[in-house]
Design a protein around this ligand. Structure first.
Ligand SMILES: Cc1cc2nc3c(=O)[nH]c(=O)nc-3n(C[C@H](O)[C@H](O)[C@H](O)COP(=O)(O)O)c2cc1C
Length: 201
């Protein structure tokens, strides 16, 4: 398994026409151009119960094992969340709480350790979910991703900003997504080089 080439994309919105999911797809399109193997997680397809330590000891959800495998086989994480009352979505927080748990045989924070990451938020409001973005960055850093967390946010989101294939139509935003994706790909390649160097020396 070539972990260095896998990137996981996850949206914290369950909504069919989610702006966050659309933005995430734009990042996936760009990042895949650098030769990464991209896995897009639609949380509608990976339901997990509300985190409860009783369930954890009695009956570990199958979806958790699937998600853990995807995360632990990746070198990058691109995550988008809506802002609900100033916070990230509950479904994303719940998923990350589950993923943060150390299972037998794992090292602490194994699902997030060494992941390069991009945190994305978007909302219909003019502030572009900046409060949720701060929360998401703090959470990611606590979970153990690499120190440099890249960010993108978009305010005043509306259907008019996207075409039928979910491509974003605003030049300024297209350029931002392209340059962030380029920076992200370089960051991962640099880490790959460092890792190879450490293996050799
Ligand atoms: C319960 C709820 C709370 C919300 N709170 C905020 C908020 O605090 N700030 C904000 O900018 N938008 C808020 N919104 C608007 C969402 O940002 C908007 O519905 C957005 O489109 C959701 O993201 P999605 O398109 O990815 O599903 C809220 C929406 C809901 C349903």
């Amino acid at each position: 398994m070539n972990i260095e080439k896998k990137i996981v994309f996850i949206s914290g919105s369950l909504r069919k026409n989610s702006f966050n999911t659309k933005i995430l797809k734009n990042f996936e399109n760009e990042i895949s151009k650098y030769g990464f193997d991209c896995t897009f997680i639609d949380l509608n397809k990976y339901p997990l119960p509300f985190f409860n330590e009783d369930i954890e000891t009695e009956n570990l959800p199958e979806n958790l094992l699937v998600l853990k495998k995807i995360f632990q086989n990746s070198c990058g994480l691109v995550v988008a969340s809506p802002e609900y009352n100033g916070e990230i979505s509950a479904v994303l927080k719940n998923t990350f709480d589950w993923l943060s748990r150390k299972l037998p045989g794992e090292v602490p924070k194994q699902s997030f350790l060494n992941l390069s990451s991009i945190a994305i938020t978007s909302s219909t409001g003019k502030n572009g979910a900046t409060r949720a973005l701060e929360r998401l960055k703090i959470l990611l850093s606590r979970l153990g991703v690499d120190d440099e967390i890249l960010t993108y946010n978009l305010g005043k989101a509306s259907m008019d900003l996207f075409d039928q294939q979910d491509n974003i139509l605003i030049n300024n935003e297209i350029n931002k997504i392209k340059s962030l994706s380029n920076y992200f790909a370089n960051l991962i390649h640099q880490e790959e080089d460092l890792y190879q160097h450490l293996k050799v020396s």
